[in-house]
Design a protein around this ligand. Structure first.
Ligand code: NAD
Ligand code: APR
Length: 232
């Protein structure tokens, strides 16, 4: 029976595509206070500033392309005989644009708006703002980015934990291991006796918990990992 693989990606997998990470030198949280743009309180205080922050990140996405790491994971999903679960903390669409068909965005998606009144999601064709009304319920000024903020629960966690517990191998790519619950997946894997591998530019907060850790750029480490998995 071919081993099943559970993959978690973070901002580091998109870094070489030109998408800013959060906690590296020069990362997003060194430029804006996450309390202001990544918490419900921040959105209540100044929704226009939060919309501007995510509108700028949405515009940046139109300038960047997937990199070799995204394409390698799409190839793994396509050609590997066993089950591959791809969970990302990222809100960009680079996995999908590289050809990944099934991506679980536990922190939401930059490309979607969410109506705070009726919960309807819609494609955010262009900038979101307070001037827009929800197409589903008609409520004015009710749209927010469909992004999970600090203090909010990530999406599809029951499904994520079920899939993690069913895996034979847990691979963490490009994440600092600073934010829970994603940062806790490696400890869950260890407790369940699931092998774990970290592929990251440098040791993360949880490196010591992994059975194996390889450090370097994702654009090099991930294609090599996929090549070996397909040859096994
Ligand atoms: P956490 O406590 O793991 O936070 C990690 C770091 O984020 C903290 O060390 C702190 O520096 C900062 N932080 C967290 N909450 C903050 C807040 N309210 N104000 C200022 N700084 C804060 O993260 P968490 O708060 O336990 O996360 C809770 C939920 O939020 C989790 O479910 C997580 O998935 C989600 N989340 C979403 C995002 C996002 O932007 N999509 C970011 C982080 C967390
Ligand atoms: N290749 C591999 N790893 C890289 C690369 C690269 N080219 N560049 C950076 N990294 C690594 C860094 O070493 C760091 O450990 O990616 C990680 C990025 O960490 P963060 O910036 O903290 O991003 P992430 O772990 O995804 O943050 C988790 O926090 O603020 C929230 O919602 C946000 O989902 C995000 C969550």
């Amino acid at each position: 029976m071919t081993a099943s693989i559970f993959i978690l990606t973070g901002a580091g997998i998109s870094a070489e595509s030109g998408v800013a990470t959060f906690r590296d030198a020069g990362g997003l949280w060194s430029k804006v206070k996450l309390e202001d743009v990544a918490t419900p309180e921040g959105f209540l205080r100044d929704p226009a500033a939060v919309h501007a922050f995510y509108n700028a990140r949405r515009a940046n996405l139109r300038e960047v392309e997937p990199n070799a790491a995204h394409y390698a994971l799409a190839r793994l999903q396509r050609d590997y005989e066993g089950e591959v679960t791809l969970v990302t903390q990222n809100i960009d669409d680079l996995h999908e644009r590289a050809g990944s068909r099934s991506v679980i965005h536990m922190h939401g998606e930059l490309s979607l708006s969410l109506c705070a009144h009726c919960g309807a999601r819609a494609k955010a064709e262009s900038d979101l703002s307070l001037t827009l009304s929800c197409a589903a319920c008609g409520t004015a000024s009710s749209l927010r980015p469909d992004v999970v903020w600090f203090g909010e629960m990530p999406y599809r966690m029951n499904e994520i934990y079920d899939r993690l517990m069913d895996a034979d191998l847990f691979v963490s790519i490009g994440t600092s291991g600073a934010v829970y619950p994603a940062a806790g997946f490696v400890a869950e894997a260890r407790t369940a006796g699931i092998r774990s591998l970290e592929l990251n530019l440098e040791p993360s907060d949880g490196t010591f918990l992994f059975d194996e850790a390889r450090h370097g750029p994702a654009s090099k480490l991930v294609p090599a990992f996929v090549e070996a998995a397909l040859a096994s």
